[in-house]
Ligand binder design. Structure first.
Ligand SMILES: Nc1nc2[nH]cc(C(=O)O)c2c(=O)[nH]1
Ligand code: SF4
Ligand SMILES: [Mg+2]
Length: 293
């Protein structure tokens, strides 16, 4: 589908809002910004009240409907996009490399430590064709560079699959950040899947789709975010039970400000398992609540 006037307008609107958030710098042009005292915190408060704060299993049908509402009336065949920007990859075995982030709108989960609640609502961005997104990524990324499709939960939108295939066809190294609660089997095998296993402390353990473990490739990453010692013990139990370190790199990170990096480092050393500790690099480089980084 060609890039229509509608999409151009939305892209401009996306840029205008990004400029407003960043005090003049255009995030969609690959800039970075801090939004630590503006809309972000107010939005987080509002979301805590309106978006449903309980796990999906215990969330009633009304909360589920509300969480998927941001995808209502999406243009079929297009991707509802929250933002596109270039930054330093902060997570996974690609951490440290320049990367273009393609963030999709909406998530059906509510992890207690979620750092992207702004993607829970459809208030920024718009619906874009796959061609328009690939063209935008090509403007921002190096040829053959890293592109991460993230969210929210990207796999809520069926168009995320052809989007990733189109990005891989265009020669990019494609990463997918996913919650692990939706089927990863149909994801293009050229894509590196960075999949969470939700710990009990996340509040979303019941959402884990365990059959996903059988679809992980050695080129993927499995990620645990631990909120306390009990989460770490749970992680060890799951890693051992499923022999996960034999499947792909297993990353363990502290929920920001909940577990100290030093404690986690000591726990990993004592475990004698080849777990890869990770700190979210972008939260160390920029303010932990900065957006567009
Ligand atoms: N720099 C940076 N690295 C990231 N890695 C995963 C991210 C995500 O939000 O999924 C992310 C992000 O938001 N920023
Ligand atoms: S799955 Fe990711 S985007 Fe969704 S609530 Fe959890 S941390 Fe946030
Ligand atoms: Mg993030």
């Amino acid at each position: 589908m060609a890039l229509g006037q509608h999409n151009v307008g939305l892209l401009d609107e996306c840029r205008r809002r990004a400029r407003m958030r960043s005090g003049g710098e255009d995030l969609t042009e690959g800039g970075v910004a801090n939004d630590v005292d503006g809309e972000g915190l107010g939005l987080e408060r509002e979301l805590a009240e309106t978006a449903g704060g309980s796990p999906i299993e215990s969330a009633g049908p009304a909360a589920r409907t509300r969480r998927l509402a941001p995808l209502r009336d999406k243009t079929p065949g297009q991707v509802r996009l929250h933002e596109v920007y270039r930054s330093i990859q902060g997570e996974g075995t690609w951490a440290g490399l320049p990367c273009v982030f393609v963030r999709l709108t909406a998530c059906h989960l509510r992890c207690v430590y979620c750092d992207t609640p702004h993607a829970f609502v459809f208030r920024e961005g718009g619906d874009f064709t796959i061609e328009a997104i690939v063209a935008r990524v090509a403007e921002l990324a190096e040829p053959g560079g890293l592109v991460e499709v993230t969210g929210g939960e990207p796999l809520l939108q069926p168009e995320a699959l052809p989007l990733m295939t189109a990005l891989a066809d265009a020669g990019f190294e494609v990463l997918l950040e996913t919650s692990g609660s939706l089927d990863i089997a149909p994801v293009d095998r050229r894509v590196h899947i960075i999949m969470d296993l939700k710990t009990p402390g996340s509040g979303e353990e019941a959402a884990n789709l365990w059959t996903n473990l059988d679809h992980l490739k050695p080129t993927d990453n499995l990620k645990f975010v631990v909120t306390n010692r009990a989460d770490f013990d749970w992680t060890l139990e799951i890693v051992r039970r499923h022999d996960l370190t034999a499947r792909c790199p297993v990353l363990v990170s502290p929920a920001f400000d909940a577990v100290s990096p030093r404690d986690l480092a000591e726990w990993i050393l004592k475990s004698r398992l080849p777990l890869r500790m990770q700190l979210q690099l972008h939260k160390l480089i920029w303010h932990p609540k900065a957006r567009g980084v």
